[in-house]
Design a protein around this ligand. Structure first.
Ligand code: NAP
Length: 242
């Protein structure tokens, strides 16, 4: 039996375990490993004979010092969401970026030329990498723009919002159980707003409050479910499960 897992804190929102077992992979199991800290990570991998694991909020960047090497993409993005144990070494990969890129392309949104990325964490870095691959200009929005060079504040983003045709939520704001929250107020967009595309990486709940408010403006919307499935499939491939 090969053992796989998802590490993060906390994991109440996660659907990764259900997705894994839907595949009926032979001789493989998957568990949710909620970790308040990464201190004992390498020992846990050894003790539990883990062959590979996914990484979620809040550890996609914090996990890097615990690994032995990174794929070129993970190194450029500076975030890891999939780890493979290869010859005793922990190798970090990023499957969020290709998954996001593919799902954005499949949405066939011709007006996506200027994007806001809400958040500056691991998922936001993967989204930024994918947008660079697609030649889409973006600006990151942060609560602390002073510590994230190149990012702007939420009040500046609201002020500039009429120049943007794509908003991507890469923060956990609005995620279960805090479903009444929204990361960005859309009141500066005038109704109707068919040129706007709002992509929320959150998949639980679906739709989020952000997506409900975007739909009320007649904007195009997309939740994180397709991306979740795709990044999982790419992880399974790295673990040689399919
Ligand atoms: P993370 O590394 O913890 O980063 C989240 C970023 O969001 C932070 O860096 C922070 O940026 C911002 N943020 C955090 N709390 C906030 C708050 N209360 N208000 C406003 N901004 C806040 O998390 P992550 O791993 O990037 O994941 C972010 C979200 O994307 C999660 O909901 C996750 O489930 C989702 N996700 C979905 C998929 C998928 O396949 N659908 C894949 C990856 C991630 P600032 O400090 O700069 O403001």
């Amino acid at each position: 039996m090969r053992h796989f897992a998802l590490i993060g804190y906390s994991l109440t929102h996660s659907q990764s375990e259900r997705l894994f077992y839907e595949q009926h992979f032979p001789d493989a199991d998957y568990r949710l490993a909620s970790m308040p800290s990464l201190k004992g990570l390498r020992q846990w991998v050894k003790q539990e004979s883990i062959s590979g694991f996914n990484v979620t909020i809040p550890y996609k960047q914090e996990v890097i010092p615990y690994l032995d090497a990174l794929s070129p993409e993970a190194e450029t993005i500076n975030a890891v969401n999939c780890v493979v144990l290869e010859n005793g070494k922990l190798i970090g990969h990023n499957t969020d970026a290709p998954a996001f890129q593919q799902t954005l392309v499949s949405a066939h949104w011709p007006l996506a030329d200027n994007a806001f990325i809400l958040g500056t964490g691991g998922a936001a870095q993967a989204v930024a990498y994918a947008l660079r691959q697609l030649g889409i200009h973006y600006t990151m929005v942060s609560r602390n723009p002073d510590v994230h060079p190149g990012s702007i504040s939420y009040s500046d983003a609201t002020f500039q919002s009429s120049h943007f045709t794509l908003i991507i939520n890469a923060t956990p704001v609005g995620m279960y159980p805090n479903i009444d929250q929204t990361p960005f107020c859309l009141s500066s967009f005038s109704y109707p707003c068919p040129y706007l595309f709002v992509y929320d990486l959150i998949y639980n709940p679906s739709p989020t409050r952000l997506l409900r408010e975007a739909a009320a403006l007649h904007a195009q919307t997309k939740n994180g479910l397709e991306m979740l499935r795709l990044q999982a499939q790419l992880s399974w491939r790295l673990w040689h499960l399919n």
